[in-house]
Design a protein around this ligand. Structure first.
Ligand code: SR1
Ligand code: MG
Length: 419
């Protein structure tokens, strides 16, 4: 395949362009006339194709030089594909089996060909449909802990960590999207913002809450300054694919070095949004059972995170932080330090959760969990619960010590009528 000049793939050109790639032909065969090609991308940024034949299937993802959701008026560097590839390589090493296998990468064409996850479905779709996923909490709790720990100064050699951090600072355009769309624009009338009719009184409460806005900006400072670990950067339920009992993480193009609680917090907030939107998707007994399950997933994720992080702390602490030479090797326990570290991670996760709950309702990119509710009155009532709980999480990120406090809070807000 030509690597000379970037050109977006089309359904018509894809076969001719990729049939020269041996690793792709090993899976889908070298008779391109037998390839079935579909464009399946429904995300905000990229082209995504499936290529299927009698012998196998692959996914081909290609970055566009602009934000697909908005169009070519918003340019976005192709280099995000390079960073996505780099993150996938590290995640596969740090948590084997958690991400799809890479078949082929072309930096100039910004193409990543990957294992097709079949019969996996995007987790958000499953949450809207009320489907259960076995082992979800364990899998993602471990993923967040392993990637947080193994990408940090608790584990890496300091020279490797520093050069990797420097390299990922190049993903600044994608970090820029998060800095504005997630942390800032929900809190003023930014041009691309939109929200459901009827929400204005709640929006007014949030945008005039100086203490809360200050906390949100303090979290942005951590986002931009605390290069604690390599984060996935966009770990919402659309970045997770599942069967009934298997879970994989996809789409780490927003990868950046940031707070260890970032991915955990974003994930939890997306569960909370799934939870608050449920009354519009199902009724009575099924509703109660499914909402209970979502809260159990949140608690289980946190528990799995803590359990795995503790185990790695005790077995893999080989970096410059809290070295065993200062603690265990002198007969001193490092448990106090570990607990303080877990508290710090949790506090950041709680704040991030609240901010993500705001941006998905007020900023540019919304969640299908709420967007698919056609009754706008109902939607605004459910979104109001979500927005008000988000505020509580941001304001009290330092006092919500335990995950059960967060899930109890969700139960309480689920009964409120704010409009
Ligand atoms: C313009 S990109 C909008 C959002 O889509 C991505 O999935 C990220 O969440 C980003 O914030
Ligand atoms: Mg994505």
């Amino acid at each position: 395949m030509s690597s000379e000049k970037y050109e977006p793939l089309t359904i018509e050109t894809l076969a001719n362009r990729l049939v020269t790639v041996g690793d792709i032909c090993k899976i889908v065969g070298d008779d391109k006339s037998k390839w079935k090609i579909d464009e399946v991308g429904d995300g905000n940024l990229n082209l995504v194709y499936t290529v299927s034949s009698d012998s196998g299937n692959i996914i081909v993802k290609q970055a566009l030089p602009y934000v697909r959701l908005v169009g070519d008026s918003w340019p976005l560097p192709l280099s995000r594909s390079f960073y996505e590839h780099e993150v996938l390589v590290r995640q596969a090493k740090r948590d084997p089996g958690s991400v799809p296998e890479i078949i082929y990468f072309n930096k100039v064409q910004a193409i990543i060909a990957m294992e097709m996850l079949l019969p996996h479905v995007i987790l958000r779709k499953k949450l809207i449909a009320g489907e259960y996923v076995g082992g979800l909490a364990q899998r993602l709790g471990k993923f967040c802990a392993r990637t947080a720990f193994r990408g940090s100064d608790l584990s890496l050699q300091t020279a490797d960590k520093k050069s990797d951090t420097a390299m990922f600072q190049g993903n600044l355009a994608l970090m820029g999207i998060t800095e504005s769309l997630v942390f800032t624009e929900p809190y003023f009338a930014a041009e691309m913002n939109h929200h459901t009719d009827g929400l204005d009184p709640i929006v007014e409460i949030l945008r005039s809450d100086i203490k809360m806005k200050t906390e949100a900006q303090k979290m942005l400072m951590k986002f931009t300054a605390n290069t604690e670990t390599l984060c996935h950067g966009d770990l919402h339920s659309g970045s997770v694919m599942c069967t009934d009992d298997e879970t994989k993480v996809i789409d780490p193009e927003f990868g950046f070095y940031g707070p260890m609680g970032f991915d955990l917090g974003m994930l939890i907030s997306n569960y909370l949004m799934a939870y608050f939107s449920q009354p519009a998707h199902r009724e009575s007994k099924a509703l109660a059972e499914y909402q209970t399950w979502i809260l159990k997933v949140i608690e289980g994720t946190h528990e799995a995170f803590q359990h795995e992080f503790k185990s790695l702390w005790n077995s893999e602490r080989t970096g410059i932080l809290f070295p065993k030479s200062m603690f265990e090797d002198q007969g001193d326990s490092s448990e106090v330090a570990l607990n303080e570290m877990l508290e710090h991670i949790w506090q950041d996760a709680v704040a991030i959760s609240g901010i993500e709950m705001h941006r998905r309702v007020l900023s540019l990119a919304h969640n299908a969990d709420f967007e698919e509710i056609s009754d706008t009155k109902k939607r605004s009532q459910l979104e109001a619960r979500n927005l008000m709980m988000g505020r509580e999480l941001i304001l009290n990120n330092d006092t919500i010590k335990d995950v059960s406090e967060l899930t109890n809070m969700a139960r309480k807000f689920n009964l409120e009528n704010f409009l």
